[in-house]
Design a protein around this ligand. Structure first.
Ligand SMILES: Nc1ncnc2c1ncn2[C@@H]1O[C@H](COP(=O)(O)OP(=O)(O)O)[C@@H](O)[C@H]1O
Ligand SMILES: C[C@@](O)(CCOP(=O)(O)O)CC(=O)O
Ligand SMILES: [Mg+2]
Length: 327
């Protein structure tokens, strides 16, 4: 059995707009997905995903449209579950040239579909573990590129390189189109609020795409997010938390205008601001899930713990390290 882990992330700035070539700055956090991979004697793929539903489930199937898995959970849950892992294994077969089968076990500290990049972390860790299981070691940047291809396919051609590059390399990163690089970040006092829900990344990205096609002011909004990000980069380099917070607030407003916030995300954002956070915004695709706030004091966490609609709040530490092997 070969095991790897990879971190989730928050977006300081730039989600959604990054899909259309604007820059974004995500930041890896110490919440990880761990994937264990064991080669099989046949070409089947068997996936055990503890966290996918309350009880977890195991599916075994041969792959291909005619061989649907025989399990007692809804088909949409299974296809959502299998899409990313299937795609990751396809990439591994492509790199190694071997039609290998695997037993895959996934455990994760990252809530699903909540904007903390669980999909990217699972795909990155799976590609690393499965290639190493076959004796091939890839550089983090190649894992990032392969993981991006997987997200791109599963999300119907609508994905940026931001999540997968950030998860593979760790730290804070800057992504603009296919230009992906690490960037310096001070120690950021990040507080997360989680509403216990999830958003559908593909649907939310499609919604923004339609708005952009319909209204010039919606495509202007996407460009305005790019301007916020460029200002945010200067604030990050200067370690100016007040300016970072102000820009995070602005970024949230623009995302809200694009229709990807929700009542609970807005409540958590306002609770954080009222508690004295420098700033707060939703992170990731939105629709439900998580917000990220900047607050070195305990006030935001305390306020969020009393906010209706907030199910969990925690401090997020920057993950310096991206994908890594588990001995
Ligand atoms: N622990 C896990 N086990 C299996 N699949 C997972 C796990 N965590 C995430 N995934 C996959 O990632 C998908 C969620 O990704 P996405 O909608 O992009 O949200 P996010 O990346 O913000 O968490 C899930 O539907 C599932 O396919
Ligand atoms: C909305 C988007 O910018 C980020 C999605 O992040 P997440 O999967 O919700 O963590 C999409 C993308 O960049 O591929
Ligand atoms: Mg995702």
């Amino acid at each position: 059995m070969t095991r790897s882990s990879a971190p989730g992330k928050v977006y300081l700035f730039g989600e959604h707009a990054v899909v259309y070539g604007e820059p974004a700055v995500p930041c890896a956090i110490e919440r990880r997905a761990r994937v264990g991979v064991q080669r099989r004697d046949d070409e089947k793929l068997r996936v055990h995903a503890e966290d996918l539903s309350l009880d977890g489930f195991t599916v075994e199937y041969g792959g291909g449209a005619d061989q649907q898995p025989d399990v007692d959970v809804s088909e949409s849950l299974v296809s959502a579950a299998m899409g990313y892992v299937d795609g990751a294994i396809e990439q591994v077969r492509d790199v190694t040239g071997e039609d290998a089968g695997f037993d895959v076990t996934i455990e994760s500290d990252i809530p699903l579909g909540a904007g903390l990049g669980s999909s990217a972390a699972v795909v990155v860790a799976a590609i690393d573990a499965a290639t190493r299981e076959l004796g091939v070691t890839l550089e983090p940047t190649e894992i990032a590129e392969r993981a991006f291809q997987t997200e791109y396919e599963v999300q119907d051609g609508q994905a940026s390189r931001a999540d997968t590059f950030c998860s593979a390399t760790g730290g804070a990163v800057r992504v603009e189109g296919d230009d992906c690089r690490s960037t310096e970040a001070p120690d950021l006092p990040l507080v997360i609020g989680f509403d216990g829900g999830a958003g559908d990344t593909g649907e939310l990205v499609s919604g923004v795409r339609s708005l952009r096609e319909e209204y010039t002011f919606a495509s202007d909004t996407v460009e305005a997010i790019g301007d916020v990000v460029r200002n945010g980069e200067d604030a990050l380099a200067a370690g100016d938390f007040e300016e970072l917070g102000r820009l995070m607030n602005f970024n949230h407003g623009l995302l809200s205008a694009l229709g990807v916030s929700s009542r609970s995300l807005d409540s958590m954002v306002w609770a954080a601001r009222d508690a004295g956070a420098y700033g707060a915004k939703l992170t990731g695709a939105g629709g439900g899930g998580c917000i990220v706030a900047l607050d070195p004091s305990d006030e935001t966490e305390t306020a969020l713990s009393y906010t209706p609609g907030c199910e969990e709040t925690f401090r997020a530490e920057l993950a310096e390290e991206g994908v890594r092997r588990i001995e």
